[in-house]
Write a protein that binds this ligand. Structure first.
Ligand SMILES: [Zn+2]
Length: 245
């Protein structure tokens, strides 16, 4: 084995120290080196802790909410909100969207296409999304079609635990026009409802602005900058993060 040239070794250490400064330092910094909302923020570890055992942080509205879209909208009614989002997802999210049954094939295909469009509106926010129309992939979850109940056009059922993060059981969309007919629903409403429900499936709360797709009623005509900003901040923060007033 050759003895390394001292200057070369120093240069390597400097480069390595720049890339992996955390590995070389022995004393954890006293304060976070970056704001927790930054995508690549590494919070200092307590001595002896491991990354998998880190409890989700509790942050204040002042830490998070000034530029977080409507992620903190729930703080109007509650003292704290807890972020619940997908964790451990690698690669593409596959969503199966079958055609609704009991409609003409033209109506069924139009609604299937509209739902797919609404779901794809979140493509790369943050996951690449593949909408499977034929059902020949193993999906993360499936969109199912039901009757509209009252004024509700869609619903999303999710479960959450600290170990699994957010998991989606299903999104259900109302396939039929109001009034008990077997006419298909308005494809434009289906597209917006699918986008709204997909936002819930990713973990977003309701917005307090009618211009956002996550407003409780279909008043938006397309995704807004606030919709994208909210999901960006949601996925920048650890799953389970609590935000207090
Ligand atoms: Zn909703």
């Amino acid at each position: 084995m050759r003895t390394p040239d001292p200057l070369r070794l120093l240069a390597l250490l400097l480069i390595g120290g720049g890339l992996f400064g955390w590995a070389l330092s022995t004393d954890p910094p006293a304060t976070p080196v970056c704001a927790p909302s930054e995508p690549s923020c590494d919070l200092p570890l307590e001595p002896g802790s491991v990354i998998g055992a880190l409890a989700p942080p509790t942050l204040t509205a002042a830490d998070v909410c000034t530029d977080a879209g409507y992620l903190c909208a729930g703080l109007g009614d509650a003292d704290a909100v807890r972020l619940q989002r997908w964790k451990g997802v690698v690669g593409t999210v596959v969503v199966h969207v079958p055609p609704p049954e009991g409609l003409t094939s033209g109506d069924a295909r139009a609604l299937q296409r509209a739902a797919a469009q609404g779901i794809r509106a979140w493509n790369d926010q943050p996951f690449p999304i593949l909408v499977d129309l034929r059902g020949d992939r193993d999906p993360h979850f499936t969109v199912r079609w039901g009757r509209n109940t009252g004024t509700r056009l869609g619903v999303t059922r999710t479960t959450w635990s600290p170990s699994t993060g957010l998991q989606v059981d299903f999104i259900e969309l109302g396939a039929y026009a109001p009034g008990g007919t077997n006419r298909g629903a308005d494809p434009r409403q289906i597209r917006l409802t699918a986008a709204h429900e997909m936002g819930h499936a990713l973990g977003l709360p309701h917005s307090d602005s009618p211009r956002d797709v996550m407003y409780p009623t279909n008043t938006a005509t397309s995704m807004s900058a606030q919709d994208y900003r909210s999901v960006e901040v949601l996925y920048d923060l650890p799953d389970g993060t609590s935000i207090t007033r």
